[in-house]
Design a protein around this ligand. Structure first.
Ligand code: SAH
Length: 345
Protein backbone atom coordinates (compact mmCIF):
# COMPACT_ATOMS: atom_id res chain seq x y z
CA UNK A 1 0.00 0.00 0.00
CA UNK A 2 1.45 3.38 -1.01
CA UNK A 3 1.64 6.07 1.65
CA UNK A 4 -0.21 9.30 0.83
CA UNK A 5 2.62 11.80 1.08
CA UNK A 6 0.52 14.82 2.11
CA UNK A 7 -0.33 13.18 5.42
CA UNK A 8 3.33 13.18 6.48
CA UNK A 9 4.99 15.87 8.55
CA UNK A 10 8.49 16.93 7.54
CA UNK A 11 10.00 14.75 10.29
CA UNK A 12 7.93 11.72 9.31
CA UNK A 13 8.94 12.10 5.67
CA UNK A 14 12.58 12.47 6.62
CA UNK A 15 12.40 9.29 8.68
CA UNK A 16 10.91 7.40 5.72
CA UNK A 17 13.49 8.82 3.35
CA UNK A 18 16.30 7.70 5.65
CA UNK A 19 14.73 4.24 5.95
CA UNK A 20 14.98 4.06 2.15
CA UNK A 21 18.72 4.72 2.61
CA UNK A 22 18.59 8.13 1.00
CA UNK A 23 20.25 11.20 2.51
CA UNK A 24 17.99 13.26 4.79
CA UNK A 25 18.11 16.30 2.52
CA UNK A 26 15.98 14.42 -0.01
CA UNK A 27 13.07 15.20 2.34
CA UNK A 28 13.82 18.89 1.84
CA UNK A 29 13.91 18.42 -1.91
CA UNK A 30 10.59 16.58 -1.85
CA UNK A 31 9.00 19.32 0.25
CA UNK A 32 10.28 21.90 -2.21
CA UNK A 33 8.77 20.08 -5.19
CA UNK A 34 5.45 19.49 -3.50
CA UNK A 35 4.88 22.68 -1.59
CA UNK A 36 7.02 25.39 -3.15
CA UNK A 37 6.96 24.40 -6.79
CA UNK A 38 3.65 22.54 -6.58
CA UNK A 39 4.85 19.71 -8.83
CA UNK A 40 3.56 16.34 -7.74
CA UNK A 41 4.84 14.14 -10.57
CA UNK A 42 7.80 12.27 -9.08
CA UNK A 43 9.27 11.74 -12.56
CA UNK A 44 9.77 15.50 -12.85
CA UNK A 45 11.79 15.85 -9.64
CA UNK A 46 14.99 16.42 -11.58
CA UNK A 47 17.39 17.06 -8.70
CA UNK A 48 16.72 13.59 -7.27
CA UNK A 49 18.47 10.65 -8.90
CA UNK A 50 16.46 8.39 -11.21
CA UNK A 51 17.02 5.44 -8.95
CA UNK A 52 15.78 7.32 -5.89
CA UNK A 53 12.79 8.64 -7.81
CA UNK A 54 11.84 5.14 -8.71
CA UNK A 55 12.20 4.03 -5.07
CA UNK A 56 10.05 6.98 -3.97
CA UNK A 57 7.32 6.15 -6.45
CA UNK A 58 7.11 2.64 -5.04
CA UNK A 59 6.66 4.03 -1.55
CA UNK A 60 4.54 7.18 -1.91
CA UNK A 61 1.35 8.29 -3.58
CA UNK A 62 1.84 11.96 -4.48
CA UNK A 63 -1.47 12.53 -6.24
CA UNK A 64 -3.45 15.30 -4.54
CA UNK A 65 -7.21 15.15 -4.06
CA UNK A 66 -9.25 15.85 -7.13
CA UNK A 67 -11.08 19.03 -8.03
CA UNK A 68 -14.30 17.85 -9.60
CA UNK A 69 -15.97 21.19 -10.24
CA UNK A 70 -15.15 24.87 -10.09
CA UNK A 71 -17.86 27.48 -10.14
CA UNK A 72 -16.81 31.09 -10.59
CA UNK A 73 -18.71 34.34 -10.53
CA UNK A 74 -17.96 37.66 -12.22
CA UNK A 75 -16.20 39.11 -9.18
CA UNK A 76 -13.64 36.31 -9.40
CA UNK A 77 -14.82 34.28 -6.43
CA UNK A 78 -14.49 30.58 -7.10
CA UNK A 79 -16.00 27.60 -5.32
CA UNK A 80 -14.08 24.35 -5.57
CA UNK A 81 -15.76 21.01 -5.12
CA UNK A 82 -13.06 18.55 -4.10
CA UNK A 83 -13.29 14.78 -3.99
CA UNK A 84 -11.31 12.97 -1.32
CA UNK A 85 -9.76 9.53 -1.64
CA UNK A 86 -12.72 7.82 0.09
CA UNK A 87 -15.16 9.56 -2.26
CA UNK A 88 -16.31 12.17 0.29
CA UNK A 89 -16.67 15.69 -1.01
CA UNK A 90 -15.78 19.03 0.48
CA UNK A 91 -15.71 22.63 -0.67
CA UNK A 92 -13.05 25.32 -0.58
CA UNK A 93 -13.39 28.91 -1.78
CA UNK A 94 -11.02 31.31 -3.53
CA UNK A 95 -11.79 35.00 -3.11
CA UNK A 96 -9.82 37.32 -5.37
CA UNK A 97 -9.46 40.72 -3.73
CA UNK A 98 -7.70 43.76 -5.18
CA UNK A 99 -4.35 43.17 -3.56
CA UNK A 100 -4.50 39.67 -2.22
CA UNK A 101 -6.16 36.29 -2.43
CA UNK A 102 -8.15 34.72 0.36
CA UNK A 103 -8.45 30.96 0.54
CA UNK A 104 -11.32 29.67 2.63
CA UNK A 105 -10.49 26.14 3.74
CA UNK A 106 -12.54 23.31 5.26
CA UNK A 107 -11.43 21.13 8.15
CA UNK A 108 -14.17 18.50 8.36
CA UNK A 109 -16.58 16.69 6.06
CA UNK A 110 -19.74 18.35 7.33
CA UNK A 111 -19.94 19.70 10.87
CA UNK A 112 -21.22 18.33 14.17
CA UNK A 113 -22.14 21.65 15.77
CA UNK A 114 -25.58 22.11 14.23
CA UNK A 115 -25.60 25.92 14.37
CA UNK A 116 -29.19 26.70 13.40
CA UNK A 117 -28.31 29.25 10.72
CA UNK A 118 -25.59 27.33 8.90
CA UNK A 119 -26.02 25.04 5.89
CA UNK A 120 -23.00 22.94 6.85
CA UNK A 121 -24.50 22.43 10.31
CA UNK A 122 -27.71 21.17 8.76
CA UNK A 123 -25.90 18.58 6.62
CA UNK A 124 -24.43 16.82 9.66
CA UNK A 125 -21.00 15.38 10.36
CA UNK A 126 -19.14 12.65 8.52
CA UNK A 127 -15.51 12.80 9.56
CA UNK A 128 -12.45 14.90 10.26
CA UNK A 129 -10.18 15.80 7.38
CA UNK A 130 -6.63 14.47 7.57
CA UNK A 131 -3.61 16.75 7.54
CA UNK A 132 -3.12 16.02 3.83
CA UNK A 133 -6.73 16.74 2.99
CA UNK A 134 -6.46 20.16 4.63
CA UNK A 135 -3.14 20.85 2.91
CA UNK A 136 -4.28 19.76 -0.53
CA UNK A 137 -7.07 22.33 -0.54
CA UNK A 138 -4.46 25.05 -0.09
CA UNK A 139 -2.24 23.56 -2.78
CA UNK A 140 -5.01 23.02 -5.31
CA UNK A 141 -6.70 26.38 -4.89
CA UNK A 142 -3.37 28.22 -4.93
CA UNK A 143 -2.32 26.35 -8.05
CA UNK A 144 -5.55 27.28 -9.79
CA UNK A 145 -5.18 30.92 -8.72
CA UNK A 146 -1.62 31.01 -10.07
CA UNK A 147 -2.69 29.45 -13.37
CA UNK A 148 -5.39 32.06 -13.87
CA UNK A 149 -3.08 35.06 -13.35
CA UNK A 150 -2.49 37.27 -16.38
CA UNK A 151 0.97 36.64 -17.84
CA UNK A 152 3.89 38.09 -15.91
CA UNK A 153 1.73 39.07 -13.00
CA UNK A 154 3.29 37.95 -9.75
CA UNK A 155 1.35 35.81 -7.33
CA UNK A 156 -0.40 38.18 -4.90
CA UNK A 157 -0.23 37.72 -1.16
CA UNK A 158 -2.25 34.77 0.08
CA UNK A 159 -4.39 34.82 3.20
CA UNK A 160 -5.98 31.70 4.59
CA UNK A 161 -9.15 31.61 6.63
CA UNK A 162 -10.33 28.39 8.21
CA UNK A 163 -13.96 29.29 7.74
CA UNK A 164 -15.02 26.56 5.36
CA UNK A 165 -16.90 23.45 6.39
CA UNK A 166 -16.44 22.19 9.91
CA UNK A 167 -15.14 23.31 13.28
CA UNK A 168 -11.33 23.54 12.99
CA UNK A 169 -10.68 23.24 16.71
CA UNK A 170 -12.54 19.93 16.94
CA UNK A 171 -9.93 18.55 14.54
CA UNK A 172 -6.98 20.09 16.26
CA UNK A 173 -4.27 17.47 15.76
CA UNK A 174 -4.71 17.35 11.98
CA UNK A 175 -5.10 21.11 11.76
CA UNK A 176 -1.88 21.57 13.73
CA UNK A 177 0.04 19.18 11.50
CA UNK A 178 -1.26 20.92 8.37
CA UNK A 179 -0.53 24.37 9.80
CA UNK A 180 3.06 23.35 10.49
CA UNK A 181 3.57 22.65 6.77
CA UNK A 182 1.49 25.62 5.60
CA UNK A 183 3.53 28.06 7.70
CA UNK A 184 6.98 26.47 7.38
CA UNK A 185 9.62 27.97 5.08
CA UNK A 186 10.30 24.40 3.95
CA UNK A 187 6.61 23.98 3.17
CA UNK A 188 4.07 26.38 1.68
CA UNK A 189 5.56 29.33 3.56
CA UNK A 190 2.47 31.37 4.35
CA UNK A 191 3.08 33.71 7.25
CA UNK A 192 1.14 32.81 10.39
CA UNK A 193 -0.13 36.35 10.67
CA UNK A 194 -1.90 35.89 7.33
CA UNK A 195 -3.88 32.94 8.69
CA UNK A 196 -7.11 33.09 10.68
CA UNK A 197 -8.69 30.12 12.41
CA UNK A 198 -12.36 30.74 13.06
CA UNK A 199 -14.13 28.88 15.83
CA UNK A 200 -17.61 28.59 17.25
CA UNK A 201 -15.80 28.61 20.59
CA UNK A 202 -13.91 25.50 21.70
CA UNK A 203 -11.97 26.92 24.64
CA UNK A 204 -9.39 24.13 25.06
CA UNK A 205 -8.68 24.32 21.32
CA UNK A 206 -8.30 28.11 21.38
CA UNK A 207 -5.77 27.79 24.19
CA UNK A 208 -3.78 25.13 22.37
CA UNK A 209 -3.79 27.04 19.11
CA UNK A 210 -2.58 30.21 20.81
CA UNK A 211 0.16 28.27 22.55
CA UNK A 212 1.31 26.41 19.45
CA UNK A 213 1.04 29.28 16.96
CA UNK A 214 1.27 32.61 18.71
CA UNK A 215 1.02 34.65 15.51
CA UNK A 216 -1.98 32.91 13.96
CA UNK A 217 -5.14 34.94 14.33
CA UNK A 218 -8.19 33.70 16.15
CA UNK A 219 -11.68 34.47 14.91
CA UNK A 220 -14.48 33.84 17.36
CA UNK A 221 -18.04 33.51 16.07
CA UNK A 222 -19.90 35.52 18.66
CA UNK A 223 -23.20 35.83 16.81
CA UNK A 224 -25.12 36.91 19.89
CA UNK A 225 -24.19 38.79 23.07
CA UNK A 226 -26.98 37.05 24.90
CA UNK A 227 -25.92 33.69 26.34
CA UNK A 228 -29.43 32.20 26.11
CA UNK A 229 -30.03 33.18 22.50
CA UNK A 230 -26.50 32.09 21.64
CA UNK A 231 -27.17 28.66 23.13
CA UNK A 232 -30.27 28.42 21.02
CA UNK A 233 -28.49 29.42 17.81
CA UNK A 234 -25.27 27.56 18.54
CA UNK A 235 -25.95 24.48 20.69
CA UNK A 236 -22.20 24.03 21.32
CA UNK A 237 -22.32 27.05 23.62
CA UNK A 238 -24.33 25.05 26.13
CA UNK A 239 -21.09 23.30 27.03
CA UNK A 240 -18.60 25.93 25.92
CA UNK A 241 -19.83 28.88 27.94
CA UNK A 242 -19.60 32.35 26.44
CA UNK A 243 -18.66 33.86 29.80
CA UNK A 244 -15.70 31.51 30.22
CA UNK A 245 -14.42 32.18 26.73
CA UNK A 246 -14.67 35.94 27.18
CA UNK A 247 -12.96 35.73 30.56
CA UNK A 248 -10.11 33.89 28.88
CA UNK A 249 -9.91 36.51 26.12
CA UNK A 250 -9.90 39.33 28.70
CA UNK A 251 -7.13 37.82 30.79
CA UNK A 252 -4.64 36.70 28.17
CA UNK A 253 -2.49 38.89 25.99
CA UNK A 254 -1.84 38.06 22.35
CA UNK A 255 0.13 39.38 19.42
CA UNK A 256 -2.93 40.20 17.39
CA UNK A 257 -6.31 41.62 18.04
CA UNK A 258 -9.04 39.03 18.17
CA UNK A 259 -11.66 39.04 15.47
CA UNK A 260 -15.25 38.66 16.57
CA UNK A 261 -17.52 37.41 13.83
CA UNK A 262 -21.14 38.36 14.10
CA UNK A 263 -23.71 36.99 11.66
CA UNK A 264 -26.49 39.55 11.47
CA UNK A 265 -29.84 37.80 11.14
CA UNK A 266 -32.96 39.85 10.50
CA UNK A 267 -35.12 40.22 13.60
CA UNK A 268 -32.99 37.77 15.59
CA UNK A 269 -29.79 39.53 16.68
CA UNK A 270 -29.64 42.72 14.61
CA UNK A 271 -31.29 45.36 16.84
CA UNK A 272 -29.49 48.33 18.33
CA UNK A 273 -30.23 46.80 21.72
CA UNK A 274 -28.10 43.82 20.62
CA UNK A 275 -25.40 46.21 19.44
CA UNK A 276 -25.45 47.84 22.88
CA UNK A 277 -24.97 44.48 24.55
CA UNK A 278 -22.11 43.59 22.19
CA UNK A 279 -20.44 46.90 22.99
CA UNK A 280 -20.68 46.29 26.73
CA UNK A 281 -19.60 42.67 26.47
CA UNK A 282 -16.43 43.24 24.46
CA UNK A 283 -15.27 46.33 26.36
CA UNK A 284 -11.61 45.93 27.28
CA UNK A 285 -10.82 43.22 24.73
CA UNK A 286 -8.51 44.43 21.94
CA UNK A 287 -10.48 43.30 18.91
CA UNK A 288 -12.10 43.98 15.62
CA UNK A 289 -15.62 43.04 14.75
CA UNK A 290 -16.69 41.52 11.43
CA UNK A 291 -20.38 41.88 10.76
CA UNK A 292 -21.56 39.25 8.28
CA UNK A 293 -25.07 39.96 6.95
CA UNK A 294 -26.82 36.61 6.92
CA UNK A 295 -26.45 34.60 3.72
CA UNK A 296 -29.73 32.91 3.02
CA UNK A 297 -30.08 29.19 2.36
CA UNK A 298 -33.02 27.56 0.65
CA UNK A 299 -34.00 25.31 3.54
CA UNK A 300 -33.33 27.60 6.51
CA UNK A 301 -35.88 30.29 7.37
CA UNK A 302 -33.59 33.10 8.55
CA UNK A 303 -33.30 36.25 6.45
CA UNK A 304 -30.70 38.86 5.56
CA UNK A 305 -31.30 42.21 7.32
CA UNK A 306 -31.70 45.38 5.27
CA UNK A 307 -28.56 47.30 4.36
CA UNK A 308 -29.82 50.20 6.50
CA UNK A 309 -30.10 48.00 9.59
CA UNK A 310 -26.64 46.57 8.98
CA UNK A 311 -25.23 50.10 8.69
CA UNK A 312 -26.97 51.22 11.85
CA UNK A 313 -25.57 48.28 13.80
CA UNK A 314 -22.12 49.04 12.47
CA UNK A 315 -22.32 52.75 13.22
CA UNK A 316 -23.48 52.11 16.76
CA UNK A 317 -20.33 50.11 17.45
CA UNK A 318 -18.02 52.45 15.52
CA UNK A 319 -19.30 55.35 17.59
CA UNK A 320 -18.17 53.41 20.66
CA UNK A 321 -14.65 53.12 19.29
CA UNK A 322 -14.78 49.60 17.95
CA UNK A 323 -13.12 48.69 14.67
CA UNK A 324 -15.95 47.23 12.63
CA UNK A 325 -16.07 45.81 9.11
CA UNK A 326 -19.19 44.84 7.24
CA UNK A 327 -18.56 41.68 5.27
CA UNK A 328 -21.15 41.47 2.55
CA UNK A 329 -20.04 38.04 1.42
CA UNK A 330 -18.74 37.58 -2.06
CA UNK A 331 -19.99 34.58 -3.92
CA UNK A 332 -23.55 34.49 -2.62
CA UNK A 333 -24.71 33.90 -6.19
CA UNK A 334 -22.70 30.66 -6.39
CA UNK A 335 -23.55 29.58 -2.84
CA UNK A 336 -19.97 29.92 -1.71
CA UNK A 337 -20.50 32.53 0.99
CA UNK A 338 -20.14 31.99 4.74
CA UNK A 339 -22.53 29.37 5.95
CA UNK A 340 -23.57 28.23 2.47
CA UNK A 341 -21.15 25.38 1.98
CA UNK A 342 -22.90 22.04 1.91
CA UNK A 343 -22.54 18.88 -0.11
CA UNK A 344 -24.30 15.56 0.05
CA UNK A 345 -22.73 13.14 2.49
N1 SAH B 1 -16.96 26.49 12.75
C1 SAH B 1 -16.24 27.71 12.55
C2 SAH B 1 -15.93 28.02 11.09
C3 SAH B 1 -17.00 27.81 10.04
S1 SAH B 1 -18.30 28.99 9.88
C4 SAH B 1 -16.96 28.86 13.19
O1 SAH B 1 -18.08 28.68 13.67
O2 SAH B 1 -16.39 29.96 13.28
C5 SAH B 1 -17.54 30.47 9.38
C6 SAH B 1 -18.36 31.72 9.76
O3 SAH B 1 -19.57 31.79 8.99
C7 SAH B 1 -18.80 31.75 11.21
O4 SAH B 1 -18.54 33.01 11.76
C8 SAH B 1 -20.31 31.51 11.13
O5 SAH B 1 -20.97 32.05 12.24
C9 SAH B 1 -20.63 32.17 9.82
N2 SAH B 1 -21.88 31.73 9.21
C10 SAH B 1 -22.46 30.52 9.30
N3 SAH B 1 -23.60 30.48 8.57
C11 SAH B 1 -23.73 31.70 8.01
C12 SAH B 1 -24.68 32.29 7.12
N4 SAH B 1 -25.70 31.59 6.65
N5 SAH B 1 -24.50 33.56 6.74
C13 SAH B 1 -23.43 34.27 7.16
N6 SAH B 1 -22.48 33.77 7.97
C14 SAH B 1 -22.64 32.50 8.40
Amino acid sequence: MLKWIYDLSYDELKEDVCKLKMPGYVADQIFQWLYEKSIDDIAAWSNISKQNRSLLSRKFNTRPDKIIAIEENKEGTGKFLIQLIDGSRIEAVLIREKKHLTLCISTQVGCALKCKFCATGIMGFKRNLTCGEILCQVLLVKREAAASLPQQKRMPKVNIVFMGMGEPLLNYENLKKALAIITSGKGIGILPRNITVSTAGILAGIKRLEEDFTAIKVGFSLNSPDATLREELMPVSKREKLSEILTYFKNTSRKHRLTFEYVLIKGVNDSLKDAGKVSALLRGIPCKINLIPYNENGNIDYETPSAADVEAFCEYLCARNYTVMIRWSKGRDIKSACGQLAVEI
